[in-house]
Design a protein around this ligand. Sequence first.
Ligand SMILES: Cc1cc2nc3c(=O)[nH]c(=O)nc-3n(C[C@H](O)[C@H](O)[C@H](O)COP(=O)(O)OP(=O)(O)OC[C@H]3O[C@@H](n4cnc5c(N)ncnc54)[C@H](O)[C@@H]3O)c2cc1C
Length: 396
Amino acid sequence: MRMPAADAQRAPKHIDLAILGGGCAGLSLARELAKSQTLGSILVIEPRQTYQDDRSWCFWANDSQALSPWLGHSWPRWSFGKIDAQQQHRACDDYPYRYVRSIDFYRACLAAIKACPAIDLKLGQAVSELTALQSGWQITTNDDTYIAQQVLDTRPPPQTQLDQSTLQQCFLGAEIKLRRRTEIDTETVELMTDMRLVDGEFCFTYVLPFAPDHLLVEVTFFAKYPPTRLSLQNQLNQLLATRGWSDAEILRTEFAELPMGMPLMMNAKQKQPMLAGMRGGALRPSSGYGFLRIQNWAQRCAKQYIADGTLVGQTTSGFWIQKMDLIFLNVLQHEPARAAEIFDTLLSKTKPARLIRFMNDQATLSDCLQIVACLPKWPFLRALLRFLPTLLARSD
Ligand SMILES: Cc1cc2nc3c(=O)[nH]c(=O)nc-3n(C[C@H](O)[C@H](O)[C@H](O)COP(=O)(O)OP(=O)(O)OC[C@H]3O[C@@H](n4cnc5c(N)ncnc54)[C@H](O)[C@@H]3O)c2cc1C
């Protein structure tokens, strides 16, 4: 039977794989898949109409991690310290602190997708409904309906899930151009300086010096009750004033509220799409870092999809690292007044290479034991007692 033209237009489009969300995780996977010549049909669904330079991705990485097309800057050293105390410096020659400007990353991914006829990126479409079918999934967007054999969901987690996080990492940053050059050391990132309590919540400064007159300056909170955007703005203004940078030209701003210790919501009784990115637990609970994990996952997932047509879920930390992170967060949640001392001790007493392995999910047992040994005992013992029942129950 022939369908009338209008109905034919409304008939769902069939595809092999739908990637929901074209942010860091969705685009990373699409870019990796675009390297293959033998793909079925792949659709990336993204509400944005255009991509902006909306974030800075930083991490420690050596040269062998194939990130060179987007690498914007790297720094050999980092500094840290409590407010009103002398800043300390550390360095790790093999693993500099690296920076990726998000717009460079987005453009590189968009170019790879454009060059691959099997992958279609639908901008301006938001998924409103995802329904499990006996075989595959029905996806409804504001503009269209699709039937996909497989779905990878990288949309932001729902608010109910975000609300269950132990803490929020909340920050506001401004990329600024100074009217005059400063004496600032352009070889050193201010990783966690001015560490202090503000209204009972732990707060610190983060500065990426691109040039003597060009910086990214951020105020960051690890908080149970994150400050409002206005209060963050006031903190940032105060920081710029203290440093003598109030008259700088603001090139752009970036803002985030990242979950720290967000439980994953798995329902074994229901068919679930594969999850990745922040929704799949990509962010390290104790730090909020997720970029490298997403890149590693995207490479593994693309390799497997190209080989046998199946997907791999987001890589998270190993069992013991997860538990260590959750205890660490429990201390920060219940004893924020000790956070500055704890981070100061961790950063000053842990060897740089060990700290980086720990941050990059490559810690050995000896690294974990050394880190535990350098931290103050009582806050962690109290956290362990408070946390024991959940610690044994939670595995996400
Ligand atoms: C400002 C900022 C700075 C950060 N800095 C660092 C850093 O220095 N180092 C680090 O390791 N990590 C950092 N992170 C954390 C993490 O790496 C990023 O959040 C990363 O973008 C997470 O990737 P994602 O794909 O999960 O989420 P996103 O990149 O946010 O992608 C999710 C996508 O889903 C789309 N979407 C939303 N609703 C729908 C819908 N209904 N249907 C379809 N799509 C939808 C969104 O538009 C978005 O494109 C930072 C995060 C932020 C926000």
